[in-house]
Design a protein around this ligand. Structure first.
Ligand code: 5AD
Length: 346
């Protein structure tokens, strides 16, 4: 009977709250295996066994925010702060391009160093050198005007996780200088401006209950993002959440599969956090319906410093090694890394 209901979820791309709640928390291996297989089937129909790669460049660990979960929060005095300059970013792209990357993700904390002008120069520079590449930004909340300038300069995509769609839970994770309302507003601005938008949430963050996760799914149904990133919450030693327990692997995989069924076309990464939680986390993510991986292109000298959570996977690997490693890992499970831009198919 659960089989029929999972197939119905795949057909309708929707389900009632109680069934979603059951699937999110399900630990019965017959059910979860069938869920993952169904999700992998949907994914295969639209994207085959291709896995897209995104070159992640962590441009800054300065941040004006103080999110309780995040290792680069403003109050963390233990961290050496850095940002990388325009030339260095272009060097990362050059290395990445040679390796076959056709998407560059510039990610960082909310750092005043990256003014609109500076970012526009960087984006224009990348686009001029690599016109066949997509530029993705992941730089937090900015004004609508700023998002517009960056889009006009050539940015194609923007990642901004909503983190949790529940107002009360949002307050438990963030100081009062941030609001869920503004977060959502930013996401709708980005969409309206023509970006391919990515959102998502942490799984197992402190105070989270299954009802919150259902709210997350409902919010994403309203937003209809092109990309959805989720990953387990992982404690960081220099944050107020240092003693909290990490997110659960099965729950992450169940949600990955549910997202694939609700959003068949979405680009869904098997995240570094998932690979940190479990040594084969990224493979398991792909097998549950994910279709993107994001190897690190950041300069080795700053890798350790971009620490959102403890024990981040692959911080010691050169970009080239990391790509080869992921290629092997994907091949072993019957998938292959491809070098196309990997835009959303519609
Ligand atoms: N554990 C897991 N994910 C985290 N992020 C930030 N801190 C943590 C943590 N401690 C995630 C957030 C953010 C993304 C860049 O990293 O969801 O959006």
């Amino acid at each position: 009977q659960y089989r029929e209901r999972i197939l119905q979820l795949a057909r309708r791309k929707d389900a009632e709250d109680d069934f979603l709640g059951m699937l999110i928390t399900c630990r019965d291996e017959w059910v979860t295996s069938f869920l993952y297989e169904t999700a992998a089937g949907v994914r295969q129909k639209l994207y085959g066994r291709d896995v897209y790669i995104r070159g992640l460049i962590e441009i800054s660990n300065f941040c004006k925010n103080d999110c309780y979960y995040c290792g680069i929060r403003k109050s963390n005095r233990e961290l050496t702060r850095y940002h990388i300059g325009e030339d260095e970013i272009l060097e990362c792209c050059e290395e990445g391009y040679a390796l076959g990357f056709r998407t560059f993700v510039l990610q960082g904390g909310e750092d005043g160093y990256y003014t609109d002008d500076r970012l526009c120069r960087i984006i224009t520079g990348i686009k001029k050198e690599y016109p066949d590449c997509a530029v993705t930004l992941s730089l937090g909340e900015r004004s609508r005007e700023s998002y517009k300038k960056l889009h006009d300069a050539g940015a194609d995509r923007y990642l901004l996780r909503h983190e949790t769609a529940d107002e009360t839970h949002y307050r438990q994770l963030h100081p009062s200088s941030l609001s869920l309302e503004n977060r959502k507003q930013c996401l709708f601005y980005l969409k309206e401006l023509g970006y391919q938008v990515g959102s998502g949430f942490m799984v197992g963050s402190p105070g989270q209950i299954p009802e919150h996760l259902i709210e997350d799914l409902r919010f994403l149904q309203k937003l209809q993002p092109a990309m959805i990133g989720i990953g387990p919450f992982l404690p960081h030693k220099d944050t107020p959440f240092r003693e909290e327990k990490e997110g659960d692997l099965t729950m992450c995989l169940n949600l990955t599969a549910i997202l694939r069924l609700l959003f068949p076309h979405a680009l869904i990464p098997a995240t570094t956090a998932l690979g940190t939680l479990h040594s084969e986390g990224r493979e398991l993510g792909i097998l549950a319906g994910a279709n993107v991986v994001m190897p690190n292109l950041s300069p080795l000298s700053v890798r350790q410093l971009y620490s959102l959570y403890n024990n981040k996977a692959c911080t010691g690997l050169e970009a080239a090694e990391h790509k080869v490693l992921l290629e092997k890992r994907m091949e072993r499970i019957g998938y292959r890394i491809v070098t196309s831009r990997g835009d959303v198919v519609k």
